[in-house]
Design a binder for this molecule. Structure first.
Ligand SMILES: *Cc1c(COP(=O)(O)O)cnc(C)c1O
Length: 355
């Protein structure tokens, strides 16, 4: 594997107030960057001072959105270790996204070494306040300076780091979610399964509409019948209906979340059954009317577990679990974050220590 060159900054930044980190607004002193050239493969892996990328205005990604990204976190454990959570899952998903977007894959060893090298250089940026972590954003962009519509022959893979607090300022408190019944996020055969910027671009108008109505995020329905639940903005979604946990199957148009997979593992180990099956919005409304919609929550790296306190579908407001965080949601959050932050022994071998 190629050696990663490290060039350290001579001009370190002023550190943000650890009590006011926000989410994804502060970035560390360094970034990882590596180039791809067809015929040569990935080359020139390096950690350099954080700074702007210089791109030709004709750069492919700026016109046709050939891009993929990932999101994971580094955690400071109480005994001073630095931990990653299931980075192999992010690597595998990045490569599936790459294949879908006609982009070159990156071997896991190189992906992991890049993250480890960068996080070690900026290790003193990992926050230690409760609920904080270092968000890691690996990104690949197409860089051919040409306007023809073709897969690019050159790419840049870069990683930036952002010390973050809880994703939602309201923490583990319930959010209000707007069920979008006309716009759609992803179609079968499209790119919904890939973590690519275009999916988010397609979601922004609905996000804006939801926010105007006082909602935090959108719940997407399927693109064909506008009937089956897909996922929430940047989270997969799980419901508890009449004692049964149900979640959308990995159908091809939703993002296969690492948090979703981890939660399903935990819950199964607790002896609780989870059904992965299609759930229609009508089933949700009916369950609500019959008093059987017990819980709903989103699961994703950013917020981990995000209880849904209110759903609005075509003007019908459904208040779930009295708009309170349930004991079960709290237990899931505590169990998963205890592993992520290295507060307990990890029974699954999910944590990867950066030494
Ligand atoms: C990243 C993402 C998720 C959550 O995936 P995690 O691996 O759990 O963070 C869910 N939905 C979408 C659309 C996403 O981009």
């Amino acid at each position: 594997m190629q050696k990663i060159k490290v060039v350290k900054t001579t001009n370190p930044k002023k550190r943000p107030d650890p009590k006011k980190l926000g989410w994804g607004v502060n970035f560390t002193d360094h970034m990882f960057i590596m180039n791809y050239t067809e015929g040569e493969g990935w080359h020139d892996a390096r950690v350099v001072p954080y700074g702007p990328l210089e791109l030709d205005p004709a750069t492919a990604v700026l016109h046709y959105g050939q891009e993929v990204f990932e999101g994971l976190k580094a955690y400071h454990s109480p005994d001073g270790r630095i931990l990653l959570f299931r980075p192999n899952m992010n690597s595998a998903r990045l490569n599936r996204s790459n294949v879908r977007m006609a982009m070159p894959e990156i071997p896991y060893e190189l992906f992991l070494e890049a993250i480890k090298t960068l996080v070690k250089v900026d290790a003193d940026w990992i926050p230690t306040e409760p609920e904080t972590s270092l968000y890691i954003r690996p990104t690949i962009i197409a860089t051919d300076p040409k306007l023809g519509v073709h897969p690019s022959h050159t790419y840049i893979f870069y990683i930036i780091l952002s010390p973050v607090a809880a994703y939602y300022p309201q923490g583990l408190n319930p959010t209000k979610i707007y069920v979008e019944d006309s716009m759609v996020r992803a179609v079968p055969g499209g790119t919904g399964e890939a973590k690519t910027g275009g999916n988010y671009a397609a979601s922004l108008k609905a996000q804006e509409k939801a926010e105007e109505k006082g909602y935090t995020q959108v719940l997407w329905l399927d693109a064909i019948e506008h009937k089956y639940i897909e996922e929430v903005g940047a989270m997969n979604v799980i419901f508890k209906i009449d004692g049964e946990l149900v979640t959308t199957p990995l159908s091809g148009s939703i993002l296969p979340g690492v948090t979703r997979d981890s939660v399903l593992h935990l819950v199964k180990d607790w002896g609780i059954k989870v059904s992965e099956r299609r759930i229609s919005i009508d089933e949700i409304v009916k369950a609500y009317d019959e008093g059987k919609l017990e819980e709903a929550f989103g699961v994703g790296t950013a917020a981990v577990i995000s209880p849904i306190g209110e759903l609005n579908y075509k003007g019908k407001v459904m208040i779930i679990n009295d708009n309170k965080t349930s004991a079960f949601e709290q237990k899931l959050y505590d169990a998963l974050t205890a592993i992520q932050w290295g507060k307990v022994k990890d029974p699954y071998g999910w944590s990867v220590e950066i030494k």
